[in-house]
Each structure stands twice: as C-alpha cells, then as structure tokens.
Design a protein around this ligand. Structure first.
Ligand SMILES: *[C@@H]1O[C@H](CO)[C@@H](O)[C@H](O)[C@H]1NC(C)=O
Ligand SMILES: *[C@@H]1O[C@H](CO)[C@@H](O)[C@H](O)[C@H]1NC(C)=O
Ligand SMILES: *[C@@H]1O[C@H](CO)[C@@H](O)[C@H](O)[C@H]1NC(C)=O
Ligand SMILES: *[C@@H]1O[C@H](CO)[C@@H](O)[C@H](O)[C@H]1NC(C)=O
Length: 589
C-alpha cells in the first residue's frame, strides 16, 4: 500500500538522476519565534511526503489593486468594468525571470516540469516531495510537532532558507512555518440549541421601529426566519430572477456537509415557493471535498449557510463548494499525508473557474496571528484578484468579540505569539483582509450589536483609504488612551457591516435548531447582496463585485446605524456600538 501509493505520486527515478545542486549560499527567507502551544514530538520521517507550495511574486499586483479600486468606486467612470480571467492572470503572473530562476533551482534538485503543477496564472507551483529533499532544498530540518491541547500533529519547521539568487523570485513556501493549522479553521457558529417544531406564535402584535419605520413580527425577537429577515431588511415581496445570470455560492470546509433533504425541510418551513419546485443547489467538490448526504453527517454550519443564503435568494442559481480539509498527520501510520491548508486550494479553484459565483459567503476564519503574515498577505491579494473579476466576497467577522477567550495564560487566546507574550486583541482572518467584506452580528428588533460580534483592528493590514473617514470618526470618539497597546489603531478595521445573528431557525438532520453566530450573518448579508445584484442585472448593469468602496461611500446612508451593544473579549468590555461606523456592527445593517 505504502510503496504503491508512493510510486504513483512521484517516480523515484527522478531522484536517482538528480543533478548535483548548485552550491549557492542560502539565506533565511522566513522564521517564526515560538509557535505557541506546539512542542517538538520528534524528527519528521525523511520519507514523509509534503505537498510543497511555492508562491512566486505577482509581478503587477499594484496595478491590479489600482484597477480594483477604480472599478469598485461608484464615483469612478470605470465603476463595474470588471476584469476578465485573462486580464487578472496577466496582472498576477510572475515575472518570466522568476519562472526561469525557480525552474532552474527545482531542476537542480531533480524536479522536472512533469512533477510540477502550476496555478492558472502560474503564480503558484505545487510539488510533492519527501522531507529529505525539502530539507536539502530549503536548508532546514523538519520536525513532527504536537499541539498541547488538541493533541494534533503537524510536520513543520521554524525557519527556512533559499539560495541567494532565487530569494527575490519566491514570495513564500508552505507548509513550513505555518503553525496555525487550518484544520482548526473555525466555523463561526456561536451556539446551537434544539427548538420547537413550530415557530412560536407570540400572540403579540407586530412591532414597529420608529427610526426605520419598519414593522416586524413579534416572533422575530426569539426566532429568525427568512420572513423576519425580509421584514427587518425591507425586502418583503422582492422576487429575484433565475434568468439574468445571477449566482451565489457558499464555501464549506473541514468535511462540513450541507444536506439537501434539510434544505427541502427548511424550504417547506420558510420558503414555500422553493419547496413547491424541490429547489436545490449545485454541489462542487474542491480538492477532493466530499458530499455525504447521510442525515447523521449534516453539518450545522453548512446547513445554516445554504438554507439562509439560498432561501433569501431563491430562485437564483446556487452552489455549495466543499473543500477538503487536511488529513491530520499520524506519526504512527506510515502513509503520505497532505499538509496543505485549504485556502490555497479554494483560491486556486475559484481563480481558475471561468464563472465563479457573483457572491460567495464563507463562515470560517482563524485568529489572524496564527496565520503567517506572508501567507495572509498573499491570500488577501488573491481575494483582491477575485474581487477584480466582479465577485463579492463576504466573510463572518468572528464570534469572540475583540478576541476569542481572555488573557488568561492557560487559554492564551489573547496572548501574542511573537515571543513577547503581550496581551492583544485578536481579529479574525480572512475578515481582516481589506479586500473582503466582514460581517458582524446583531440581534433583537429594534436591533442591537450582539456581544460575540467579532470586531477590531488588523495587526497585518493597514487601514484601507475607503475606511479612513468612518474609522477615524470612531477612534476620535474613544476616550484618549482607551485600550492603548491592545489594538493597532492604524489597522484595517472590522466588521464592515452586520446582520442578525441569533436564533436562526435551521433544519439539521431533519430537526429544527436555533443557531447563533456571525456564521449566520455572513450568508444573510450574501443573500441580500444577491438581491442587489439581481436588481442591477435586471437593469443591464454589471454586478457589484468588491463591495467595500461602495459601502463606505454612496451606500453608507442605506444602512441602519446600530448604536447599542458592545463586544467583550480579552478580559475587557470590548468596543461600543456608536453613531456611525463602530467596531461591533461596522456601518450597520
Ligand atoms: C424585542 O425585545 C425588546 C427588548 O427585549 C423589545 O423592546 C422589543 O419590542 C421586542 N421586539 C419585538 C419584535 O417583539
Ligand atoms: C418534489 O419531490 C417530491 C418528493 O420527492 C415529489 O413527490 C414531487 O413530485 C416533487 N415535485 C416536483 C415539482 O418535482
Ligand atoms: C511566553 O510563554 C511561553 C509559553 O507559555 C514561555 O515558554 C516563554 O518563556 C514566555 N516568554 C516570555 C518572554 O515571557
Ligand atoms: C462604552 O460605553 C460605556 C457606557 O457609556 C462606557 O463606560 C465605556 O467607557 C465605553 N467603552 C469604550 C471602549 O468606549
């Protein structure tokens, strides 16, 4: 079993004919200080295979960014003139010198073109190589690391080097220093509880909000349905079209399966028009992601996301993308394992897709600091590339307020992993990437910011100019010295917007549950973006694409400003919802 799978992965003959590698001086490319929570378990087996991903620098990212801002600015003459796949690929393609230099380096280690797989734009190279060879190539030593609380094992190194002459032709290589394993990529569900088979009728009159003039069923304070969301967000009676080229997608990770029978139960409960035609979604597997339809395998996360995003946008074309998680490394089993993280697989797939969905919601994230900065910057650049093609990317802002857990040294969730052990607010990535829209949470009607709503400031990404006025206004209102040293006031601020996020009535394994979390907010916001795209497409206008420059300018007045609530975390009361943008509910709902 071992031998045959090994041979099928990479012919060993390649190494037998390996040329002697150029004896060029190596220089450290990247280093991590103390991977918090991880300890060395032992040396990595030299014949363990690693799926090594090499990112070549994108030659013209600055230009791509400039295009993106122009076509996303509602006051710019190019607004909505999204780029084609080929135009984006030309901008992110590596410089030919980088391609040649890296090819020569790989070839000096006996790796030939047929062993290499390249992303659509050529900016990522993937090779399957044994540890002994990677160690030689990167002048490093790999170890098996064990996580102190989860007991999980990974194969990593704390530092890697490259020959001087290719140092600038490589942006990053993983898996090397990535200790925030994406196996722990967190679904942003805050809580889940079984509920009644019927929505409780409150025997109470509907409630009106004097500020917005909207009237909402009293039951919406304790159970959120599609009807509630249409009432709260002023979309009652709006019917989108299935025939104007609109589309919406949900991404699922870690073997979270969406269940089609659950979707049908949900439609019967809340979207009769969809139930009447047995509406369903397209399933697409990314990098081997599976699709179990066993009710026992139904995932709360994927059921929530598909039911609300697709329920709000029915009959728009809907797709569920299931991305395989990384199989864990088992030090006792001698089989090759992938030590991939799923974002690159997902991004590879979407960027090579001729027609990705116009709106995509993702209810997963990780503490920003557990994602290496170089990797976060590169993944964020690729979210920008999708935005430039007209895709609206929507992410949950996280469920830990200003930081998951507290500053208690045993949980260490708000302790920096830079070796200094400082207490710091911890934002979520990818929400902290300035090229995606981060969605926080509210509850009740009239709406309030909900305590778990992820909010704060990136320690990696500077504040984008589209946020300057809104965020500076918020910072000016903070009492001088508030949380000084706990957050980066010059960082990209999250969330951008918010929606309801508690008491969502979801069918899981045939049974209705109440689900809470910004996991509910992201697909809800995506559902409404899909309706807005419908309105534009019906008028012959292009889809919205990257949303934020629009949200912070022309569209800002369209939000309900949420001014009640705060988001405690890291042993503090967190930030307050206030008039204007705030770090609990963003611009509002
Ligand atoms: C929801 O609850 C709040 C306070 O708990 C109350 O002020 C509001 O009127 C309720 N809304 C509805 C729709 O019943
Ligand atoms: C929907 O599915 C049900 C049960 O499988 C079936 O009885 C019904 O005919 C279907 N309706 C339509 C419109 O396809
Ligand atoms: C930080 O915490 C780690 C593990 O808890 C400990 O080993 C290290 O000595 C601490 N460093 C400092 C500077 O306190
Ligand atoms: C939040 O509001 C409360 C009550 O007004 C106030 O005491 C507190 O200082 C505010 N917190 C921040 C971070 O502004």
């Amino acid at each position: 079993m071992w031998v045959s799978s090994l041979v099928s992965i990479l012919p060993l003959v390649v190494f037998a004919f390996a040329l002697p590698s150029k004896d060029c001086e190596h220089q450290v490319k990247e280093e991590v200080v103390s991977p918090q929570g991880w300890t060395i378990f032992g040396p990595a087996p030299s014949d363990h295979f690693i799926n090594l991903r090499i990112a070549l620098p994108q030659s013209n990212f600055d230009l791509l960014e400039q295009h993106l801002y122009e076509i996303s600015d509602p006051y710019h003459e190019r607004y909505g003139a999204h780029l084609t796949k080929e135009e984006v690929e030309d901008l992110v393609a590596p410089h030919p010198d980088s391609v040649v230099a890296v090819n020569e380096w790989l070839s000096s280690h006996g790796i030939q073109e047929e062993d290499i797989s390249r992303s659509s734009a050529g900016d990522w190279i993937t090779i399957k190589v044994p540890v002994w060879l990677v160690e030689k190539m990167l002048d490093t030593k790999y170890y098996v690391w064990k996580h102190s609380t989860s007991g999980e094992y990974i194969v990593r190194t704390t530092s890697y080097s490259l020959p001087k002459d290719i140092l600038d032709h490589v942006e990053l290589i993983q898996p090397t220093t990535m200790f925030g394993t994406f196996k722990r990529l967190k679904s942003t569900i805050h809580s889940i509880s079984q509920t009644n088979s019927q929505v409780q009728s409150q025997n109470q009159p509907p409630v009106s909000d004097p500020v917005t003039g909207l009237t909402v069923d009293a039951s919406c304070n304790t159970t959120i349905t599609i009807t509630c969301l249409q009432q709260i967000y002023n979309a009652v009676g709006y019917t989108p079209s299935a025939h104007v080229g609109n589309s919406v997608g949900i991404s699922g990770y870690l073997g979270d399966f969406a269940n089609k029978a659950d979707l049908q139960s949900f439609f019967e409960d809340q979207v009769p028009a969809a139930a009447a035609v047995n509406a369903t979604y397209n399933f697409v597997s990314v990098a081997g992601g599976l699709d179990s339809q066993d009710p026992a395998d139904a995932s709360d996360e994927s059921d929530l996301d598909t039911q609300f995003a697709f329920g709000l946008s029915f009959p728009v074309k809907s797709t569920f993308f299931s991305t395989a998680g990384s199989p864990p490394f088992d030090p006792d089993v001698k089989t090759p394992t992938d030590t991939n993280e799923p974002y690159t697989d997902w991004l590879d797939f979407m960027l090579s897709h001729p027609n990705p969905p116009l709106t995509i919601s993702t209810s997963y994230g990780d503490d920003e600091q557990t994602v290496p900065e170089s990797f976060a910057i590169r993944a964020c650049a690729e979210f920008a590339a999708l935005g430039a093609r007209g895709v609206s990317l929507v992410f949950s802002s996280g469920d830990g307020g200003v930081g998951d857990g507290d500053s208690n040294p045993t949980t260490q969730k708000c302790i920096t992993n830079d070796g200094k052990n400082r207490t710091q607010f911890i934002p979520e990535f990818p929400a902290s990437c300035p090229f995606v829209t981060a969605v926080g949470g509210t509850s009740l009607f009239p709406e309030q910011g909900v305590f778990f709503s992820g909010g704060g400031f990136s320690n990696y990404f500077p504040r984008p100019s589209y946020q300057d006025a809104a965020v500076q206004g918020f910072l000016n209102k903070l009492r001088k010295g508030t949380y000084s040293g706990l957050f980066n006031p010059n960082g990209r601020a999250i969330p951008d917007v918010a929606t309801q996020s508690e008491f969502f009535r979801v069918f899981i394994g045939g049974v209705p549950f109440h689900v809470a979390g910004t996991s509910a907010a992201s697909p809800t916001f995506a559902g409404f973006v899909t309706l807005l795209n419908d309105a534009r497409l019906k008028k012959g206008l292009p889809p919205l694409g990257f949303l934020n420059p629009l949200l912070y300018s022309k569209a800002a007045s369209g939000f309900n400003d949420i001014t009640v609530g705060n988001n405690p975390g890291c042993g503090t009361e967190g930030f307050n919802a206030t008039v204007g943008w705030d770090a609990v509910t963003g611009l509002g709902t």
